[in-house]
Design a protein around this ligand. Sequence first.
Ligand code: C2E
Ligand code: CA
Ligand code: CA
Length: 622
Amino acid sequence: MTLGGRIMNKTDVERTLFDESDGFELVRFVTEELNAADIDGAVNGVAEHLRKRFSVSCVSVREITAAPLSLRFVYESLGDETKTHRLGEVIRYDGDNWARMLDVFAKGCYIYDREKGDTPIEALGPMPDPPACVLQLPMFCGEDFLGTIDLVDFEKPHKWNATELDALRICASAVCQRLYRTNATFMSKTSRNEFDPITGLISFDSFNKKLGERLGDMLKTAPVAIVYTDIRRFKYINETYGYKKGDDLLRIAAAAMSAGREFTPDFMICRVHSDNFVSASPLPEELMPSFPDYIKKTNEELCGLLQKEFPDVRVKINTGICYVYDPDTKPATAIANANLARKMTRSEQADRPVIFTEEMMEDIKYQEYLTAELPNAIANHDLKVYYQPKINCADDSLYGAEALVRWQREDGTFIYPDKFIPLFEQNGNIVDVDFYVYREVFKYLRRRLDEGLPVVPISMNVSRIHFKSDRIVPYIKELLSEYRVPPELLEFELTENIYIKNFEKANAFVKTLQDMKIKVSMDDFGSGYSSLNVMSVLPIDTLKIDRVFLKSDELNDVDKTVLECVISMAKRLGMNVICEGVETRSQSQFLKRANCDMIQGYYYGRPMNEESFDLFTKEKLG
Ligand code: C2E
Ligand code: CA
Ligand code: CA
C-alpha cells in the first residue's frame, strides 16, 4: 500500500466562509457532545456532525489495534447508504508507509485531492468507492498516536482553510481524549517514541510499563501467558539478503505472531531486541493444555512463510512460555522466565515451546551459584584433574591419558563437567577452567619428571570459546617455558564442531601446535556433523571416535560397518585412531580386530585422581 497525496501547506488553503468564530463554535459543540455518558453515541454524534457541517460523504474514526501497523474503522457516519460501510475493517500498512504516515501527521494532517492530480489515495486502504478528496486528522494523546479521523468525499473536492483545519485538529484531539479515558482497547496505544519503527509494535519499554499497569486487571480474567520467541539464524538472513529484507522478516514475524489476535482483549506484543519478541495475554485455564500446540502451529506456519521468502536460510523459531498467576509478579521477571524457558528448547524440537517451571529457576540459581563460586574453587584447588587411561590395542599397554576436570565440594562429593562446562562455555569462564587444568597437567608431568618416574602423554580438552580470543597459544607457551615439559608429552583435543565452525582459527591453532611438536586430536568424531572431508584437509594426529557408536554392549552390524569404515579411512589419511567409551570386552575385541590403535573407556579404567593414576602407571609401566 502506498501513500498518495501531499502534506498540507498554506498554498492548499483557500479562504472560505468558515472563520474563527465558526471554529470556536465547532469546538464547543464537539466537546459538549463528547461529555455524554454514552461514548459510542457521543463519537457517532461528532462524526455525523462533522459530516454534515463540512458536507462530505463520510466521516470515520480509525484506531490502532493490538496488531502492528494497523488501523481499524471503529466509528463511521456515511451520508449515502448505497456506499460501502467499512466499520470493523482493519487496514495494515507496510513499515515504510506507516513511518511516512506518522511523519506527515507529526507535521500536520494529510490531504488528498483528486483534481490536483495527486497519486491515488491508498492511505485508507483499498477504497471500494474512489474518493474525490480526503482529509485525514491524526489523533494524538500527548505523544501517543492513537488513530485518525477521516473526512472523505466521493464526488467533489473540498478546499480546506487554515481555520477549519485548526478547529478540526482540536476536535480530533478531543475525540481522542474521550476515547482514551474510557476505551480499554486504547490501552495498547502507541506513540512515535514508544513504538518500534521497524515493526510498528509498541516498544519493549512501553510493553514493560503497560504490562505492569495492566497485569492485575488481566489476572482478574485469567492467568496471563507471557510468550517469548526468538527467530534463530536471523543474522544469516541479514547477511545473505541484506538488512532491508531482514526488516521485512521482522514485519512478517510481527504480523504472524499477532495475526487473529487483534481482537483478543489485552493482547500485547513487542520486539525485545533484534529478532526476539514477547507477547502477553490472559489465557483461560482450560486453554492451557492446548496452548503449546497452538504456539507450535503458529511457529510452524511462520517458519513456512519465512522459508518461502528466504529459501537459502533454514530459519528456526524457539519459544518459551511463562504463566503468571500472581499480580505481584514483576513484568521483567515474567519475561526473563519465559526467555529462560525459551533457552531450554532443544534443537530437535525447535518449534515446540518450552514452559517455564520452578525447577528451571532452581537450575538457574545453581548455575549462578557455580559462577559465583568458580574463582574460589580455582583459588582453593577444589577443581581436580582426573586422568583416564588410553590403552594401546596391540598389547594392552598404557599409551597415555586424558585430563578431565571435576569440581570437589566441601563434603568431598563431586560435580561433574556436564553440570558446569556448558555453563562456563556460555559465560566465557571456561577459559579460566581450562587454563587451570592445563597448569595442573604441566605440574603433574613436571613432578613425575623430577621424580624420575615414567611419564605418558596427557591430552587436554580445548573449548571452542578459546577461539574468541588469542590467549590460548601464548598461555601454552608460557606453561612450556615455566615447566619445561617436552612437547611430545602434550596433546590437545578439539571437538569436530570446532573445526567446522571456526575452520580458519582452528586450522591456524592446529598448525601452531604442531610446529611446536604438540599433538592434536579430533574429539567426539561422529557425534555431530562428522565430516571426513574436514578430516582430510586438516593435519590431525589422532581421530577420537565418539562413544555414540558403542550404544550397546554387543555392537550391531551397522555400527560395526561404520566403525570399520571410519577406522580404515582415518588410517589411510595417516592418523591414529582411538575409540572412547569402551565398556565391554566384546567391544574392545571388535575394535582390535578392526585395526583401531587405542582404546579409552571404563573397561580399562575410569577417570582417576592423580594418586590413583600414579599407581595405575606403576602397575602398567613399573
Ligand atoms: P569428553 O572429552 O568426550 O570426555 C570423555 C567423557 O566420557 C568423560 O566424561 C569420561 O568420564 C566419559 N567416559 C570415559 N569412558 C567412558 C565409558 O566407558 N563409558 C561412559 N559412559 N563414559 C565414559 P566427563 O569427565 O564427565 O566429561 C564430560 C565432558 O566434559 C568431556 O567429554 C569434555 O567435553 C568436557 N570436559 C571435561 N573436562 C574438561 C576440561 O578440562 N576442559 C574442557 N573444555 N572440557 C572438559
Ligand atoms: Ca575429550
Ligand atoms: Ca570425547
